[in-house]
Design a protein around this ligand. Structure first.
Ligand SMILES: [Zn+2]
Length: 443
């Protein structure tokens, strides 16, 4: 992967013959749901095309013959947010960070994936491996795995490599790579709050995946009429993007939102990396779980944080989206269901924990994380078993299981019954479920 001024070039050398190559991370653009790679990457090798086929970006020949062993592509990195995936990050000083996993491919036995069964594709995916990538910037060193070098090499599908000179700030508890134009008060808030929230989680949940993360933050400008935060996590790394005029002026409200955002992302060093969901379709465990972890952490660390408003929105959104299956909701673009319904289920679990031991969401999760550290996976069945261990209501886990797989014809009815059976306080206002948080919960 070479950058030469404005020209970005990826030169693939494949280790075997294949009818076609598909990209592991073939997600769509947020919003439009269009594939980004055919838009941003152009094949330079004659006779070869990069096309969207079903839900995969595929490299193959125009005439259906075998793909050559060497294929070159010209890239135009753009920073658009992706659905459940890691975008390129553009910095205002011209630096660019690329996600290593964007280059990983697996071989296909036929040029048209539609002619392959789901099992055959899954099998091909398993046989692939992370690409070994050399990174070269003609104008200077690149930053990979925390080091600036002239010739970096990675074989890691879960990292970013930074091209350009954006300053790396090495602190005791945090490595920060912030866009030089990111408003100073945001950068400062990241640097002070991230270690605090990480300490809080570590105290409640035991060691997480890292206690000295890198935070990579970009600034997409003081756009009027919009305020955008974007974020994601990778091992040891939180990636954040900020945009909007409102962010130029320090305010308690924005600061609190900003902290909430860090708290959610940092929660993934436990729920997501120390233990992860088995498959992305079970992201309700990690996203809803991280939301409630962040709420509980914020209530301790930030006096002004309004838990009620946030949790109420989770309930409202879950009722809206709960008529369809929560598991796999991301495949149809309903990622929000993972957060909202995942948080609603977490609130129910927490209420049972509270009834059983006076504990909270941390207490529900802590043994689940501890028991699954070795495998690194938190299965739905383990989550439900833990729930069942706190309740004599034998049908509860079965009903949640069915809700996850099928949704409910009456999502409001399902959520009410869930809250009745576990002890989450609410009032009925017309059809709406309005949370009435106990003094302790809304502290
Ligand atoms: Zn998340």
């Amino acid at each position: 992967m070479t950058r030469d001024g404005p020209v970005w070039r990826a030169d693939y050398e494949f280790d075997r013959d294949a009818s076609a190559w598909a990209f592991y991370n073939s997600s769509n653009l947020n919003g439009s749901r269009q594939p980004w790679r055919p838009r941003d990457w152009a094949v330079l090798t004659p006779g070869v095309v990069l096309e969207r086929v079903g839900d995969l970006d595929v490299l193959r020949t125009r005439d259906g013959g075998p793909t050559p062993r060497r294929i070159s592509l010209g890239l135009t990195p753009r920073g658009d947010a992706l659905e459940g995936d890691y975008p390129a990050l553009l910095f205002t000083d011209g630096s660019v960070a690329l996600f290593t996993g964007a280059f990983d491919v697996f071989a296909l036995a036929r040029p048209d994936p539609a002619e392959l069964t789901a099992d055959e594709i899954a099998d091909s995916r398993r046989q692939g491996a992370n690409a070994r990538i050399s990174w070269k910037d003609r104008s200077g060193p690149v930053l990979a795995h925390g080091r600036r070098t002239q010739n970096a090499e990675t074989q890691d599908g879960r990292a970013y490599v930074l091209f350009g000179r954006t300053r790396v700030k090495d602190a005791e508890r945090l490595v920060s790579v912030a866009d030089p134009e990111l408003p100073v008060w945001i950068a400062a808030s990241l640097e002070t709050f991230a270690p605090r929230v990480i300490d809080h989680y570590a105290m409640k949940l035991g060691p997480g995946q890292t206690d000295r993360p890198t935070i990579l933050s970009t600034w997409y400008g003081p756009t009027q009429g919009t305020t955008n935060y974007g974020g994601s996590v990778l091992p040891g790394l939180i990636v954040m993007t900020f945009e909007g005029q409102e962010l130029l002026t320090p305010s308690e409200a924005v600061l609190s939102e900003n902290r909430w955002f860090i708290a959610h992302e940092a929660a993934h060093f436990w729920l997501g990396q120390t233990v992860r969901a088995e498959r992305s379709r079970e992201s309700w465990i990690t996203e809803g779980g991280a939301d409630l972890l962040a709420v509980r952490a914020m209530q301790t660390l930030d006096d002004r944080f309004d838990a009620r408003e946030l949790l109420q929105k989770e309930v409202d959104d879950c009722v809206d989206l709960g008529d369809r299956p929560v598991a796999g909701a991301g495949q149809r673009g309903d990622h929000r269901a993972y957060y909202a319904c995942g948080a609603v289920l977490a609130m129910a679990a927490e209420a049972l924990q509270s009834r059983a031991t006076g504990g909270d969401w941390f207490d529900f999760l802590q043994p689940l994380i501890e028991d699954n550290r070795a495998s690194g996976v938190l299965l739905r069945s383990a989550w439900l078993n833990r729930l069942s261990s706190l309740s004599p209501d034998a049908a509860l886990a079965t009903d949640i299981d069915a809700f996850l797989d099928n949704g409910s014809a009456d999502p409001a009815g399902f959520v009410r019954s869930l809250f009745d059976r576990t002890g989450v306080g609410y009032e009925r206002t017309g059809e709406r479920i309005v949370l009435t948080l106990s003094a302790r919960q809304s502290r």
